[in-house]
Design a protein. Structure first.
Length: 170
C-alpha cells in the first residue's frame, strides 16, 4: 500500500512498516505525531522510539514515505513483535549491493545465503592471476554460500525471483 493508506491506518490505531523493517511506525494520539519504533539493536537491546519530527535522517525518512510497499504490522511480519521481516527479490539485490547477506526463508539448507563478491579473480592453469573485469558489471559476482562452500556466479531461478520470502542472513 502507499503511505497515504498506511497513514490512514495509523490514524485508526494500526501500526505500519515497510517489508524489510524490523520495527514499525504508529500514530501517537496524545503527541499528534508519528512515532518510529526502531528495530532491536544488534546487542539485543530494545530499539529506539523516535518522534518523526526529530528525525536526523530526513532524506531517508522522506524516501520511506514516498515508497509504495507499506504494510500493516502484525506479530508474524515484524521482528520487534517476534515475527520475521521478508521482502522481494528486487530488495534482496538492493541490500546485497549495500554489502548485506540475504537468503530465502524457503531454502532447505541451514546457513545458506548469497552475497555480493567483489574483486573477483582466479588463478589460471599456467599460474597467472586473472581479474574478472566485465565492461558492464565490473569485477563483481553473486556468491552462494552453502554447506559445501562458496559457489561463484549464482543464478536465481524464476521461483527465487518471484518469491517474497527473502530475508537478511546473519
Amino acid at each position: 500500500m502507499n503511505f497515504k493508506d498506511a497513514f490512514k491506518a495509523m490514524k485508526k490505531g494500526r501500526m505500519a512498516k515497510r517489508p524489510s523493517w524490523g520495527g514499525y511506525w504508529y500514530w501517537d494520539v496524545e503527541k499528534k505525531t508519528i512515532m518510529m519504533q526502531c528495530r532491536t539493536k544488534d546487542d539485543g537491546e530494545k530499539g529506539d522510539l523516535l518522534d518523526i519530527r526529530e528525525t536526523q535522517a530526513v532524506e531517508y525518512t522522506m524516501s520511506n514515505i514516498l515508497s509504495d510497499d507499506w504494510m500493516i504490522v502484525d506479530e508474524t511480519n515484524c521482528p520487534v513483535l517476534g515475527g520475521e521481516a521478508t521482502f522481494g527479490f528486487g530488495d534482496a539485490i538492493k541490500y546485497m549491493k549495500r554489502g548485506l547477506k540475504v537468503k530465502r526463508k524457503g531454502w532447505n539448507g541451514k546457513d545458506q545465503y548469497i552475497q555480493l563478491a567483489i574483486c573477483v579473480s582466479y588463478t589460471a592453469a599456467d599460474g597467472t592471476i586473472v581479474n574478472c573485469n566485465h565492461n558492464d558489471i565490473g569485477n563483481k559476482a553473486i556468491a552462494f554460500i552453502g554447506t559445501s562452500g562458496v559457489q561463484m556466479g549464482w543464478l536465481a531461478s524464476q521461483a527465487d525471483m518471484l518469491a517474497e520470502d527473502w530475508m537478511f542472513a546473519e
